[in-house]
Design a protein around this ligand. Sequence first.
Ligand SMILES: [Mn+2]
Length: 584
Amino acid sequence: MKRRMSDSHPSSQRPKWNVQHDQLVKEADQREGKQYIPNEKKKARINLTYQKISNKGISASKRSQKKLEQMTANYERYPSGVRLKGPGARGEGVSVPESRKDDEEEGFEQHSFNRVASDMISVHRTLQDHRNSRCKIKKYPQDLPTSSVIICFHNEAWSTLLRTVHSVINRTPPQLLKEIILVDDASDRDELRTKLEDYVTKLKVVRIIRLSKREGLIRARLTGAEHAKGQVLTFLDAHCECSKGWLVPLLAKIAENRSNVVMPVIDEISDQNFYYHAVPEPFHRGIFRWRLEFGWKPVPQYEMERRKDETEGIRTPVMAGGLFSIDKSYFNEIGTYDTGMDIWGGENLEISFRVWMCGGAIEMLPCSRVGHVFRPRFPYSFPARPGGDLDVVSRNLMRVADVWMDEYSKHFYNIRFDLKRKKHDDVSERLALRKKLQCKSFKWYLENIIPELEVPDTNFVAAGQVRNPSSDKCLDTLGKKDDAPLGLYECHGQGGNQYFVLTSKGELKSEDNCLDYNGYDLYLRECDGLQQNQKWEYKKTALYQPRHDVCIDRGSSNAEYAKVRACDGRLAQVWEFSRTEDMD
Ligand SMILES: [Mn+2]
């Protein structure tokens, strides 16, 4: 049976933002322009290099404090002789000439992004400075920890890998960059062997660690971390571009408190033409859904109010997991990664719950921006665990639920009822770690870190898959998240995209979205609690909306989306909730 659950890696999930972002960026720039202090602005522009801000004008007593030696985060330097104007300069996109269209297709096939476009762009390409203007003049302590930058890859394209490396070198103050560690997770492409070694040897600051067999993201990162000599570990994907000033805010926040785990704002580099799209403010932050899926949501008002200005970090319940910095000793102290997890998937939730519940904090820092190529699919295959009857991601998620979620894990298993009868891993080691670290409860995490997340109603009228017996089609989100039409798909009995709850208030919910019919379209939208367009009644076998006096109808036999029609009791309007007996 084909499952339509989205199980791509969380870091492949692109952040959402308001449409027309270019226009928004322009407007934001104009707004910021007014706030500029002219002299400072000039200074920020001139300070291409890492500079110490003069202590003149600071009182003598203050001057004596070492931490007042400050700097701005504006380092940017290119090797001499590098051509800075060329295709893709300043983060522009490129178009591939007609003559190379065949290559283009092959590149997409191999990497799930336009490798030919990437190859056309310099590995030293320049980027615009998209930061809020306050970030450019913000001052940071001079005395910061050093970082090792760890980049894991498997058969990565040459140009994206090297552009990641050079963007780190060109835009990181050398005294803060201990090393770049490339962890090769058993690539088999020739150019990534000797040619890569010869190339990076000249860069001095780069080391390669080769894994002899395919280990996956978690173990590759742990190997990189074991070899790292910096005080801070910074993990990046192998198809990133670090923007000006990216590392200093991250290190400064860790210097404030070593239990701060920090991430940059993740900008989007187009997989089609490598245009660098900067995420405009207001930002979204990382959250989870009860299916244990990562997502992005607008920063709630209470968090906006807590922050004193726009350069301050945004507390983030869950991190995307691809890009972050963490103090090395703290990383070890809180138990690195769950090594019982395979490959990838769910590890970002695990580390996020663990950090928050065990006394740390996760923040996204608006002054740090790193671009990332979001791929529409994960291009490499993994061998399944021998003898396993379960995909790797699901098994990892079960570990997250079993170790961290206490009595709330039932909400995960209600949605993923396909996992209920699977064998659970022995997680006693991680439970012992949780005890040793004296971590708080999941209830505490929900109430304090993500209070806006609604806990699913266990007092529901009906729950499970919603099946139309005459067609064996079920209501299905088709993997779409918010603001998407209600789909139909063959019933698969595994919950997930086909798991709906009819709450006691009459909402028909898929995770945190409510089914909404406004007279025009039948969509899953954010719940509004108004009891109007989102109120449904289960009458005999029909799903009825009183407001518009309509019933949910499967439409023609091959319809992709459900519809509403006047209620007529036909077989197309018969729906049954199944599997309710499995719910807690
Ligand atoms: Mn990636």
